[in-house]
Design a protein around this ligand. Structure first.
Ligand SMILES: NC(=O)c1ccc[n+]([C@@H]2O[C@H](COP(=O)([O-])OP(=O)(O)OC[C@H]3O[C@@H](n4cnc5c(N)ncnc54)[C@H](OP(=O)(O)O)[C@@H]3O)[C@@H](O)[C@H]2O)c1
Length: 237
């Protein structure tokens, strides 16, 4: 059973994956903080027993304030989930460079720059945690997809951002693995390894298994699917 003092901070707690992850970790005994863009949704009854904090990940100062607030109120997160994403699609999928540069900038701010800010604030705290207790294994999980590995013109802003995110997770793993920190870029796939059906509870189960050290054994880039028995299985790639 998880210790009641474990804290998870989920940035981008939308109705599909984010909130499912929050509920699963709450059930496992974690203290759960959810970062939401729209403060009006902070007091939703669905968020009962969770600590809600306003965060706009496209603003580095907002990410800094959110980490400070969560740390002061719940403690240092041992697990950070970066789930926020934003996508603008070209009207014509064969013509990717028709998206206005301002829209590109906004999407990259959410998909990549916000993730860098989260890594910045999470990693310094993870190192602090390790100094306090060498047995903890802090982890940063980025909700990914296959766009960096299967590029399509339609996903011009999402794929560019996720590619940067995957790169950041890759170098974080290289830089901090020996110091006991864990970083994962996680994507669900179909059983054949292609784009999946999205199911929040399945992501939640996969993330919990990663937190427990049961999944993600092949490295920082985790691809999982769900087999006929309903079990999460890691896909080699
Ligand atoms: N494996 C795959 O192929 C696959 C498929 C689908 C999704 N995904 C990934 O899963 C993650 C969650 O997606 P989803 O499908 O659950 O749908 P979603 O609702 O689109 O999730 C996106 C989240 O990003 C948040 N967000 C966007 N801009 C933000 C900002 N400026 N500040 C703070 N939060 C912001 C949204 O917050 P609000 O609630 O405030 O809107 C929402 O929580 C994404 O990273 C997505 O790329 C992967």
């Amino acid at each position: 059973m998880a210790s009641a003092s474990k804290v998870v901070f989920i940035l981008g707690a939308g109705p599909r994956i984010g909130i499912s992850v929050a509920k699963r970790f709450l059930k496992d005994g974690y203290k759960v903080a959810i970062g939401k863009r729209n403060p009006r949704t902070l007091h939703d009854p669905e968020h009962k027993d969770m600590y809600s904090v306003a965060v706009d990940v496209s603003q580095p100062s907002s990410v800094a304030s959110a980490f400070k607030e969560v740390t002061e109120n719940l403690g240092i997160p041992q697990l950070v989930v970066y789930n926020a994403a934003l996508a603008t699609f070209p009207a014509d999928p064969t013509n990717p460079f028709t998206i206005a540069p301002d829209a590109f900038q906004q999407d990259i701010a959410v998909n990549a720059t916000g993730a860098y800010a989260a890594l910045y604030h999470a990693t310094s705290r993870f190192l602090q945690l390790k100094e306090q207790d060498r047995t903890v294994a802090p982890a940063f999980i980025a909700t990914g997809n296959l766009t960096p590995f299967m590029p399509k013109p339609l996903f011009v802003t999402l794929g560019t951002g996720k590619s940067a995110l995957a790169y950041l997770i890759n170098i974080a793993n290289k830089a901090y693995k020996e110091r006991g920190l864990r970083f994962y870029y996680v994507a669900k796939t179909s059983p054949e390894g292609g784009p999946p059906q999205v199911d929040g509870p399945e992501y939640a189960e996969a993330f919990l298994q990663i937190a427990k050290g049961e999944l993600g054994l092949e490295g920082w880039e985790v691809r999982f699917t769900v087999n006929n028995q309903g079990n999460i299985v890691e896909i080699s790639h």
